[in-house]
Design a binder for this molecule. Structure first.
Ligand SMILES: Cc1ncc(COP(=O)(O)O)c(C=O)c1O
Length: 275
């Protein structure tokens, strides 16, 4: 791992965060994860914009964008050309042990770790829901314990990703992925009002698929549509677009649109590093 904290690269074994950091005590922080390839992050501008939106959503000051870029550059240079994930973490900083707001200043941590090559995944629908009316719906906060729990549940059920419905029973998203279904030659994905994260890959895939002549619709989808779906795909920064090969143990075939978009994405994202 390459780790950057407070202006410099640090030894990952070194303690760097205070015990009273509100990110640690109550999950009062936001983060981003983007792909690093040949020393360059993908779609960094979109990730920084989302980091700022997430911070605003938590009532935190935004981190200094130039400083974050410098930190990402330093981590990328130290990492090298191998495929990696860069994680940018911005917490509220020092605060009370309780839930009253922190006083900061915020803590900025940027780290790179190796990441596996994306492949097809099996998914399982978890018995918990995303609350699309939550104060943190759609924000990429460090309060990810629900996702940790859901992913462990999915793995215990033979899947590699967990899928959430929302409180209205609509299909929402995975723990670290957005979801697409294929129906009648159209690519469908839940709208942001479902409570899903505004995935950077989701947005790029929608744009690039449309440019490739594919019809893409953001439609509220009943969770039951997942059971009946012939083809399903997932998107994320470290996966691009990958096919789902089983839903709750029911095998499904990789779809033609998922395959086409996955190729377009794989080709374009190597060339266009900050779309
Ligand atoms: C809950 C959730 N949904 C969707 C995604 C996919 O977003 P992106 O394409 O920006 O990686 C993520 C990313 O980790 C996530 O945490």
């Amino acid at each position: 791992m390459i780790l950057w904290v407070d202006g410099s690269i640090r030894d990952p074994a070194e303690p760097v965060v205070r015990a009273t950091d509100h990110g640690l005590t109550v999950g009062d922080g936001v983060f981003e994860a983007c792909e690093l390839l040949n020393g360059r992050p993908f779609a960094l501008t979109r990730h920084l914009e989302r980091l700022e939106r997430s911070a605003e959503g938590l009532g935190l000051p935004a981190p200094d964008r130039d400083e974050v870029r410098k930190a990402v550059d330093a981590v990328a240079a130290a990492w090298g050309d191998e495929l990696a994930r860069v994680r940018i973490l911005w917490t509220a900083g020092e605060g009370p042990l309780g839930t009253d707001a922190a006083w900061g200043p915020g803590t900025l941590v940027v780290a790179a770790t190796a990441v596996g090559v994306p492949r097809a995944v099996r998914v399982s629908v978890v018995p918990w829901v995303r609350n699309e009316r939550s104060a943190i719906a759609g924000l990429k906060t460090t309060s990810y314990a629900e996702n940790v729990r859901a992913l462990a549940w999915a793995k215990a059920h033979g899947a590699a990703e967990a899928i959430f419905a929302n409180t209205r029973g609509e299909l929402c998203e995975g723990t670290g992925t957005n979801i697409f279904l294929e129906r009648d030659g159209v690519l469908l994905t839940p709208p942001l009002t479902s409570g899903c994260l505004a995935g950077v890959t989701r947005a790029v895939v929608i744009e690039w698929a449309r440019e490739d002549g594919i019809e893409v619709r953001e439609d509220a989808l009943d969770l039951a549509e997942l059971d009946g779906a012939a083809h399903v795909g997932l998107t994320s920064s470290t996966k691009g677009m990958v096919p789902v090969v089983a839903v709750d143990g029911r095998p499904i075939e990789p779809g033609p649109l998922t395959g086409r978009v996955s190729e377009v994405y794989a080709r374009r994202h190597v060339l266009e590093r900050d779309p």
